[in-house]
Design a protein around this ligand. Structure first.
Ligand code: FAD
Ligand code: SF4
Length: 328
């Protein structure tokens, strides 16, 4: 591990001032960043600890929730309003990592955790454009069972690892940011990038930009929602594929639907095509299957991960069928 200095920020202004150097990094729970530093994938010279900032969950005037970036994953998953009004988010968080890691991990850090592609972590000889731009990608023709089937590029086929982010993509969440240039907010679905020619850039954040909060809108459909994660073993495993979905049926027709997929792309994948097909339809297994097939029509599987297409299709159909109760 390279030498670094450590400072704990007392407020947002101090965090922004302390991060005013290219090799500074914000530190949440450290459950991803410290691993990356041990492997020398990340080599910040200064860590600015932001776990003392904005650690609460507050009701907004328009009926939503404002979640501070320093809120721990466990606290968010266990919050009464999250469990009752946004159950997919609680389930997604509890499907990730372990209880000990969730006790340490923060909302801000979860959003910016980096891919689990094994070649990305292997600094002893693997080629990886995300870690070392221009070096190549050993996953494209290597072991790519867990890699992307949608939105990938020749430069990178990695997936985004977070479970929580899949739910946030489905829930129309908004990310609040602060920087020395001022505050801004953006739709959560626009935070993470597809790899294109620059897989070394995961998000649209500017250098030094600080995540201060995530806002959940009042979203009645989210009360009937869930998250299902398919993985190789029941704990300590990242998603092969996952589905976050919410469904509302009024007078025999789908009146609201939100769907996002995990484990399929470089960012949480909002399933807008499937949603558009389903809206206004009577809920049925056939309609759910048609929507899933349409969403995955652009899938481009690699040598080892063709199974993800039928797996994602079946899981999406099963989740929507469960949410619909007794479809016609
Ligand atoms: C063994 C293991 C298993 C895991 N399994 C899963 C799993 O199944 N599903 C899953 O979703 N996750 C899993 N994780 C990942 C875990 O959820 C993340 O490591 C965690 O959420 C990161 O949060 P953190 O606060 O520790 O972030 P840190 O490690 O502190 O930081 C991560 C990144 O976020 C940046 N950052 C932190 N806070 C801010 C902020 N406020 N503004 C801007 N940048 C910020 C840091 O600079 C860093 O780049 C696993 C991790 C481990 C070690
Ligand atoms: S898939 Fe992306 S992260 Fe993995 S080796 Fe290729 S460039 Fe690196």
């Amino acid at each position: 591990m390279s030498p670094f200095d450590y400072t704990r920020a007392g407020d947002v202004a101090e965090a922004l001032r302390l991060s005013d150097r290219p090799a500074a990094a914000y530190l949440g729970g450290g459950t991803n960043l410290i691993d990356l530093m041990r492997e020398t994938v990340a080599q910040p010279q200064r860590l600015v600890d932001v776990t003392g900032l904005a650690g609460d969950i507050a009701h907004t005037t328009d009926g939503g929730l404002m979640i501070g970036a320093a809120v721990k994953n466990t606290a968010l998953a266990e919050h009464r309003a999250i469990r009752s009004r946004y159950p997919m988010l609680s389930r997604a968080i509890l499907a990730g990592a372990s209880a000990q890691i969730r006790n340490m991990a923060t909302v801000g850090g979860n959003l910016l955790q980096r891919t689990r592609c094994a070649y990305f972590y292997d600094t002893d000889g693997s080629r990886c454009n995300k870690r070392s731009p221009g070096s190549g990608c050993d996953a494209v023709e290597g072991f790519n069972r867990g890699h992307a089937i949608l939105g990938a590029s020749a430069a990178c086929v990695a997936t985004h690892p977070s479970d929580m982010c899949v739910a946030l993509a489905a829930l129309d969440a908004v990310v609040h940011l602060d920087s020395r240039d001022g505050q801004r907010s953006l739709p959560f679905v626009n935070l993470h990038r597809l790899p294109g020619d620059h897989p070394e850039i995961d998000t649209v954040l500017e250098p030094g930009e600080l995540i201060t909060a995530i806002e959940l809108p009042a979203l009645p459909v989210a009360a009937n929602s869930t998250y299902r994660k398919v993985r190789d073993r029941a704990s300590y495993a990242f998603a092969l594929i996952s589905v976050a979905a919410a469904l509302e049926v009024t007078e025999g027709r789908i009146s609201a639907v939100r769907i996002a997929l995990g484990g399929v792309a470089h960012r949480p994948w909002r399933a807008a095509k499937a949603e558009a097909i389903l809206l206004g339809q009577p809920p049925s297994e056939a309609a759910f299957r048609d929507a899933a097939i349409a969403e995955l029509a652009d899938a481009r599987p690699l040598s080892d991960n063709g199974f993800k297409v039928p797996l994602a299709t079946r899981t999406l159909v099963a989740v929507l069928t469960d949410l619909a109760g007794e479809p016609a």
